[in-house]
Design a protein around this ligand. Structure first.
Ligand code: ATP
Ligand code: MG
Length: 311
């Protein structure tokens, strides 16, 4: 039996909650891939601080992010869940932390992906270009020093690769740049979810029909509906023929509420036991550190860096 392929992906603790785009574009695939892959997932706090963050908020959001991933279905028995900054990028035990000032976001990302020797990286469409850099760096290093890094492949599902802002269906739904009304958060209460979907921008006319050019708002909602219900977009178009937008949005809101309620409840339970959560993350960090340490040892040897001896 051949060993499982490895997947690795991360999410930034840049908001109080993940949103529908993060969930459909990335996190839901992470949950599925636990069963078929050797899975590594992290909260990328070092990425978050490439722009200024409030320190106390960053700490809190890092825990909330990890709890939400567990709430969404990551299982520490089937994956390695860790916080990026808990794994030093040095082969030496725990002493040197990555100096973030030295890295720009894509370089930092490439370093992380390559460190874990990921075969595939489940992400949304916005990350495709960044990933290309990781592949290029892996190939260049391998060419020069011999096979060392796995060049990672993007794992992107076309139908959910880019979920759009509910208020501006030409822009990606984004934690840090969408308005609150443009985002449905996984941790939003049912009433808030209903209100946001009811107010989502739709297009002229009243037909529930997918047409990315002419009807970007409705098309986005149809894709979300289809991804959550498993029904093809064509089936939904037929189901809502002649009903107008109202009934469609109402059903979609209930679908989102029903999808997120169990995640929100489980996230709250996990956050109530902070020590337990921190233990899961410490465990994950130890596992991740072993893999990263092996890679770094190989890298140092290939390059010819003199090993530091124990005193
Ligand atoms: P920020 O605005 O802080 O960058 P973000 O919403 O882009 O936040 P990230 O933490 O950068 O979220 O990304 C986490 C994962 O979610 C990545 O794999 C990213 O590609 C995916 N993702 C982010 N936004 C969307 C979206 N609108 N549709 C599909 N996938 C998305
Ligand atoms: Mg982003």
């Amino acid at each position: 039996m051949s060993p499982r392929l490895r997947v690795l992906s991360g999410i930034q603790p840049t908001a109080d909650s993940f949103h529908l785009g993060n969930y459909l574009g990335a996190v839901r695939q992470w949950v599925t891939l636990q069963d078929t892959h050797d899975a590594f997932y992290c909260v990328v706090d070092l990425h978050a601080i490439t722009v200024p963050q409030d320190p106390a908020l960053l700490t809190r959001r890092t825990r909330v992010a990890a709890a939400q991933l567990l709430g969404a279905g990551l299982d520490p028995a089937r994956c390695t869940l860790f916080v990026q900054s808990h794994v030093p990028k040095s082969a030496r035990e725990g002493q040197e932390q990555a100096s973030v000032g030295l890295f720009t976001y894509p370089i930092l990302q490439a370093a992380d992906i390559l460190l874990y020797q990921a075969d595939q990286v489940p992400v949304g469409e916005d990350q495709r270009q960044h990933l290309e850099l990781s592949r290029t760096l892996a190939q260049r290093f391998n060419h020069r020093y011999g096979q060392t890094f796995v060049p990672p492949q993007p794992y992107i599902l076309a139908e959910v690769a880019k979920i759009y802002d509910l208020q501006d269906p030409t822009a990606k739904m984004s934690k840090s740049s969408s308005s609150p009304q443009g985002i449905v958060d996984v941790l939003d209460t049912p009433d808030v979810i209903r209100r946001k979907i009811a107010r989502a921008v739709t297009d002229t006319g009243s037909e529930v029909r997918a047409d990315a050019e002419a009807k970007p708002g409705v098309t986005n909602l149809l894709r979300i509906y289809s991804a959550l219900s498993g029904e093809p977009v064509a089936t939904l178009e037929a189901k809502y023929e002649g009903t107008g937008y109202g009934a469609f949005k109402k059903d979609l809101a209930e679908l989102v509420v029903a999808s997120f309620a169990p995640i929100r409840e489980k996230t709250e339970r996990i956050l109530a036991d902070e020590a337990g959560l921190d233990r899961i993350l410490a465990d994950g960090a130890a596992r991740a550190h072993r893999v990263a340490g092996q890679t770094m040892a190989a890298v140092r040897e290939r390059i010819g860096l003199l090993p530091l001896r124990d005193r």
